[in-house]
Design a protein around this ligand. Structure first.
Ligand code: NAD
Length: 480
């Protein structure tokens, strides 16, 4: 099957006619091809977006909101179809795609369909000056959205929905590793009546297609989610061109566990926060820090629970852990297990590839727990982005906080305690954009989402996203 670019409401071949192979991670087979788009394809997408902008930006909020709602409904109606496509493309368990990825993609459109009707320009009467100040929030024009492979449709739509809700037209690129549901979204948008050119989806490699979007002189804002190195590279191109930039990057998130927590809840959630989506979520708690008093108990219970997880074909209903997204990524994750051994880390569970019956060429790895004693080891400092977590103990609150903050990243942290004073002391001092207390990945789409330090710049979600996708203009009117 050949995936095509979606430009000006039409599915078209890349101008060069070149395609790249796309793999099914559950069995290692090539199952589709995607356009290897170039600067010319991006230029075409830009022209379509530019042409659509004057009308779309003036379309009433009510109409925009209705179209976004319709897209949300269509995604919901195609849940099984889209979840199957996502699972095949990414390797994630079908059950996860059905429960999380696709419902969230629909929710992204529904949320911004509602949010845009509540997002307003502001006016301030400047008392004493006979003046009124108006702050208009105007759409930017043509914006670029670039997303990664771990939560393909979920993250792709998390950018596109607020961008178009705010009246912009979009040139978007999904990851070349997981292009399928983005391709299917094009059809859904046409069916929902989204005018031609409002959303244009261009497929291809990061270094060519992605870079063509970032360096296009008239694409005025870039919303990017992906790796920290890529984010730095994108910033080096976009910043001198004075583009608006939102960068959601990598993480090395601490999961801090105190002995006064609700132990059973913590244990169950920690299994999820470690290994959900094969550990390929930027928010996974990959550094587990446990208070010394419960360290041995936790270690034994955690190993037991993790050993019960089934690694298997994503389409089997009892599979907990599916395939990693690609052969290349599997090799990267495995290399960290080797590094752990060289650094003196102790593998408590896992560490090996799994041969899944009838899918022997798939990219399966056991969930892996490694005990470390030094937070400066590479395993605790570098993002692995796979089913590998480290555990280590701490003695005091102060030590826990120091360990948690001792990383270049600052995306999220999880804290398990029932002590209110400790909760406030620690959460206020954690240098991360998000802190979960006694839970993990509980999302309210109104809240700001994003990281500090090497985890990125800017916030997505709620009105933060609508602010990013609009330009604020102040008009000051003096009257007699
Ligand atoms: P990646 O940086 O390799 O690629 C992300 C996207 O950027 C892809 O579409 C890719 O084609 C494109 N790209 C690559 N090079 C580019 C360039 N030079 N110019 C423009 N675009 C380019 O990341 P990945 O491997 O797809 O995803 C994994 C990473 O994403 C992890 O580091 C993970 O933590 C991060 N992530 C962050 C968040 C968050 O919200 N902070 C969410 C999910 C994933």
């Amino acid at each position: 099957m050949k995936i095509k670019n979606y430009i000006n409401g039409e599915f078209i071949n890349p101008i060069s006619g070149e395609y790249i192979d796309n793999y099914n991670p559950s069995n290692g087979a090539i199952y589709s091809q995607i356009p290897n788009s170039s600067n010319e394809d991006v230029a075409l997408a830009y022209q379509a977006a530019k042409k659509a902008f004057p009308n779309w930006s003036k379309t009433s909020l009510d109409k925009r909101s209705k179209i976004l709602s319709k897209i949300a409904t269509l995604i919901e109606e195609k849940l099984d179809f889209l979840a199957t496509a996502e699972s095949k493309d990414n390797g994630k368990p079908l059950s996860l795609a059905k429960a999380i990825d696709i419902p969230r993609a629909s929710a992204n459109f529904q949320f911004f369909a509602n949010a845009i009707t509540q997002f307003s320009s502001e006016a301030h009467e400047s008392t004493g000056f006979n003046a009124v100040n108006i702050t208009l929030r105007e759409p930017i024009g043509v914006v670029g959205c670039i997303s990664p492979w771990n939560l393909p449709l979920y993250l792709f739509t998390w950018k596109i929905a607020p961008a178009i809700a705010a009246g912009n037209c979009v040139v978007a690129k999904p990851s070349e590793v997981t292009p399928m549901t983005a391709y299917l979204l094009g059809e859904i948008c046409s069916e929902a009546g989204l005018p031609k050119g409002v959303l244009n989806i261009v497929h291809g490699l990061g270094i060519t297609t992605g870079q063509a979007i970032v360096s296009h002189p008239d694409i005025k804002a870039i919303s990017f989610t992906g790796g920290t190195k890529t984010g730095a590279h994108i910033a080096s191109i976009a910043a001198p061109m004075f583009k608006k930039l939102s960068l959601e990057l990598g993480g090395k998130n601490p999961n801090i566990i105190f002995d006064d927590c609700n132990y059973e809840d913590m244990l169950e959630t920690t299994v999820k926060s470690s290994f959900a989506n094969q550990g390929q979520i930027c928010l996974c708690g990959s550094r587990i820090l446990v208070e010394e008093t419960i360290y041995e108990r936790f270690k034994a219970d955690f190993i037991k629970k993790v050993s019960e997880l089934k690694v298997g074909n994503p389409f089997e209903t009892d599979t907990n852990i599916g395939a990693l997204v690609s052969k290349q990524h599997l090799e990267k994750v495995k290399s960290y297990i080797d590094i752990a051994e060289q650094e003196g880390g102790k593998t408590l569970f896992g560490g090996n590839e799994v041969a899944v019956k009838n899918s022997e060429k798939g990219y399966y790895l056991q969930p892996t727990i490694i005990e470390v004693s030094d937070n400066n080891c590479r395993l605790n400092q570098e993002e692995i982005f796979g089913p590998v977590v480290t555990i280590m103990s701490f003695k005091t609150e102060k030590e826990a906080l120091e360990l948690a903050n001792d990383t270049q990243y600052g995306l999220s942290a999880t804290l398990w305690t029932n002590n209110l004073n400790r909760t406030m002391t620690i959460t206020k001092q954690l240098k991360t954009g998000i802190v979960w207390v006694n839970t993990w990945l509980l999302r309210d789409l109104r809240t700001p989402f994003g990281g500090t330090k090497a985890s990125g710049v800017g916030r997505e979600g709620g009105f933060e996203a609508l602010r990013f996708f609009t330009e604020a203009k102040n008009i000051c009117i003096k009257y007699e």
